[in-house]
Design a protein. Structure first.
Length: 466
């Protein structure tokens, strides 16, 4: 076999391949054997029909077609390996010459990963939010904890903001009661905004036994999006009573003996959260700067496939779970279809660039992923997918997604290398030290996932559902 590579552009090549006919012998034998198992000729046992009879009865062309279809993938792969090409997607194959007994010649056009020059990233500098926890934020956190321990006591008075009311609901559209528009004994906190628009105003001021009617757009059910006449009846009113903010509350709500210790712990938790957010912010902004520094040609077909994949995942995974279609989603977002497609294309380009650059950096820095790192990543992925680690691992292995997970971790480590080399300062001008290397790499992996929108979870879930 002879092959030659012609570069069509930085992301696409054409392979020209010539195969001497004797190298098709194995494929010709396989073709005769396959046809033998599929046809019947009077006077011959099934599977024992001579090649000359098959040629006479079914035509040499049918045999050649079967043989060539069998041989093409093997010779294409040999040519790719010989040319040391990093191909993307499936090739477009064109048979240019087929002479029986002499020669098979074909071309294969395919996208390839572009050669990327890793830029000098040592000069990257980014600014992140300062790590500040205010007294107001601590008080808010304690107040939220206090809300969780609120008690409700029945009262004989009109309902007011913050009260918990028990209500019966009945919704009509065009004067007809909806089959799924009746609900009794619903518990609702006035002011929470968890039910229909207009319900807060309707029930405020009503005592137990009181009733009101209002118009609201239904948020779900058979008449979603339609205006309905809703009748609400209050059957009970209860006031929420918050516990006193004192040492007794601290002992009831936590492992601490005093309110001051509880507040100090809340401050520490907020600081930890903000440190994580600060690190994530640094990773995202360093990645943005890295992408600006590198020239990355984008294969057109790869981009088109990525855009289509992102649209499919949005429509069939995310929106489907929310009971929305693309049209309704765009309406809620206030976007046109053209704006949505432009945004999706921009996100896809960013994802492809991120993957190409970081993969190149993985090779350059000779970064490896050990079993412990892969296991930790798998555990985190499993938790976010809602599957058990064993289920997720089995689905990943059966779906052939282990290399994808390894790639995710490796890219996270590559980004962590760039972040470590960058100068990160906060809005106060103070240098930020992102100390923990393991946490930095794990956080960077999440940042890369967000940029590339990796599909390991979705593929694992699909495999699990199947």
């Amino acid at each position: 076999m002879k092959s030659a590579v012609e570069t069509l552009n930085p992301t696409r090549v054409r392979l020209s391949i010539e195969v001497p006919f004797e190298e098709l012998k194995d494929s010709l034998d396989a073709a005769y054997k396959k046809i033998n198992q599929q046809v019947t000729v009077k006077g011959f046992r099934k599977g024992k029909i001579p090649a000359r009879v098959i040629d006479q009865r079914f035509g040499r062309g049918a045999v050649l077609e079967e043989a060539v279809n069998d041989a093409l993938p093997k010779f294409y792969t040999e040519a790719v390996n010989e040319g040391e090409l990093n191909v993307l997607g499936q090739p477009e194959v064109d048979i240019t010459e087929l002479k029986d007994g002499e020669l098979l010649a074909f071309t294969a056009e395919v996208d390839v990963r572009p050669e990327i020059e890793i830029p000098d990233y040592s000069g990257i500098e980014v600014t992140v939010d300062a790590l500040e926890v205010t007294d107001e934020e601590v008080e808010k956190a304690v107040e939220q904890l206090r809300e969780r321990f609120a008690a409700t006591n029945p009262v004989e008075r009109a309902a007011a903001d913050g009260d918990v009311v028990t209500i019966d609901l009945e919704a009509k559209v065009d004067g007809e009661i909806l089959e799924d528009g009746v609900a009794d004994g619903v518990s609702y906190t006035i002011g929470s905004g968890e039910l229909l628009d207009g319900i807060d105003e309707a029930v405020t001021g009503l005592e137990a036994g009181g009733e009101a009617t209002f118009t609201s757009e239904l948020k779900g059910g058979s008449a979603e999006g339609k205006a309905a006449e809703v009748t609400v009846k209050v059957t009970a009113v209860a006031a929420r009573e918050l516990p006193e903010l004192d040492d007794d509350f601290a002992q009831m709500a936590s492992e601490f003996d005093t309110l001051e210790e509880l507040k100090a712990d809340s401050r520490k938790r907020l600081e930890t959260t903000k440190q994580y957010d600060q690190a994530t912010q640094a990773q995202e902004r360093v990645l943005e700067e890295l992408l600006k520094l590198a020239e990355v040609p984008i294969p057109e077909k790869l981009l088109a496939d990525e855009v289509q994949t992102r649209k499919h995942n949005l429509e069939h995974h995310q929106l489907g779970q929310m009971g929305l279609d693309l049209e309704k989603y765009l309406e809620i977002q206030g976007k046109t279809l053209e704006e949505f497609e432009n945004e999706t294309s921009e996100q896809a380009i960013k994802g492809i660039k991120t993957q190409f650059i970081l993969d190149e950096l993985v090779n350059k820095e000779k970064l490896n992923v050990n079993q412990e790192e892969l296991t930790e990543h798998l555990m985190r992925r499993a938790a976010s997918s809602g599957m058990s680690p064993d289920q997720f691992a089995q689905a990943v292995v059966e779906g052939g997604q282990v290399p994808m997970l390894v790639g995710e971790v490796a890219r996270g480590k590559a980004l962590a290398v760039v972040v470590e080399a960058a100068k990160v300062v906060d809005t106060n001008g103070e240098v930020v030290d992102l100390e923990d290397e393991d946490e930095a790499a794990a956080g960077a992996t999440e940042t890369v996932e967000a940029a590339t929108e990796d599909k390991a979870e979705e593929k694992a879930e699909e495999k699990n559902e199947a």
